[in-house]
Design a protein around this ligand. Sequence first.
Ligand SMILES: Nc1ncnc2c1ncn2[C@@H]1O[C@H](COP(=O)(O)OP(=O)(O)OP(=O)(O)O)[C@@H](O)[C@H]1O
Ligand SMILES: [Mg+2]
Length: 443
Amino acid sequence: MNALTPKAIVAALNRYIVGQDDAKRAVAIAIRNRWRRQQLPDGIRDEVGPKNILMMGPTGVGKTEIARRLASLVGAPFVKVEATKYTEVGYHGRDVESMVRDLLDRAIDMVRAEQTEVVRTEGERRTEESLLDLLMPPVDMPGEQDADAADRRQRSREKMRKRLQEGELEDTSVEISVKQKVMPQGVFAAGVDSLDPDMQGFLEKLMPSQSKRRRVPLREARKVIFDQHCEGLIDEEKVIEMAIQRTENSGLIFVDEIDKLCSSDRQGGPDVSRQGVQRDLLPIVEGSQVSCRQGLVRTDHILFIAAGAFHGTSPSDLMPELQGRFPIRVELTDLTRDDFLRILTEPENALTKQQIALMATEGVKLDFTADSVEAMAELAATVNNTTQNIGARRLHTIMEKVMDDLSFEADEKSGDAVNVDRAYVMDRLKDVAADEDLSRFIL
Ligand SMILES: Nc1ncnc2c1ncn2[C@@H]1O[C@H](COP(=O)(O)OP(=O)(O)OP(=O)(O)O)[C@@H](O)[C@H]1O
Ligand SMILES: [Mg+2]
């Protein structure tokens, strides 16, 4: 976390997202401020609240992408939720507080993974002993009491250990006992998956766990046994305590599609549920306590980043209280032809790179000339202008269309080199691009 300076965060985001500098800056500062707050002395630390961010911008310009990349970057518990998921509470939606529970679950996973590293050496040592026990069960033979026999056994155990360490026994099948939660047939069996995860967790706790013996290859047994030993070595209460603390102090919740909570026509009616979600969000964003299975979580210092296209609506259509909870507003800009050009080639997951890699699996050496990428970028800009502006998503449809024939036949072209140039692109797209109605359907 210490190394995550605002500039480092922006640089990391730059590897995947073109432009949108304001948004990158804002999230970078917000994340850094979390860290700064952590360094403060107790008294003042509690006073520094997070400054939640609202990202606005047309569809397909990188809002969700920024969130996704941020997620893999920050070493903090992070969840991304769609606001629309909560609009159907009472039917089959989830209650808004569950986002905090998900965040805590994420934090618990993180802390547990860290603690596993702490006890790894001891866990592995114990696992090795258990595996040896499985491979040569300690037999109680009468007459083996004497020192000689014990010595022999010890020697062969060491021999076995050596073979184990050298990886010779990975495929040997051994019998282990695994704990399993048994769901009683009938009552729950049908609908468990459709239940709210919180409810599921609750039910699972009620279920008796049964040990079952199974024969598995040693390589799998090692994992199971290692986990079992770690369970014994890790103090679960401490894990939860640390996780709650981390959730409260560095948790980050990304609420996507928040604009979908605005009522587009101001007439009420079917919008009760959207209004309801806004109202439910308020206390969480403002700071309250959410009760989770593992304990109470305060949300005062959780950072919220919300995003929405606000197409035909504006942040002022949100409840005034909620607007005030997102003081930092950043606007993402429309993408231009030049942006498209860069998006096609620069990011680490650029579409051209993806296609080249895909074709390589068939033995086809694909290449895009500079003018082919220009042609695609121009087309994307044109079609976005003439039909509907769907941002960078347009590039996906164009790329698919360009690659269509080759994708279908690539397996027969192993060993070929295919050069995609401007003519190749135009050849596949000019009819469609020229006809507005057609491009509405196809691109
Ligand atoms: N600035 C950008 N740089 C690189 N790729 C981008 C950029 N903007 C969008 N993309 C690509 O376009 C696709 C859609 O982007 P994204 O999901 O971020 O849109 P969004 O802004 O969340 O739109 P919506 O409002 O519809 O949810 C993704 O595949 C993403 O990689
Ligand atoms: Mg999105």
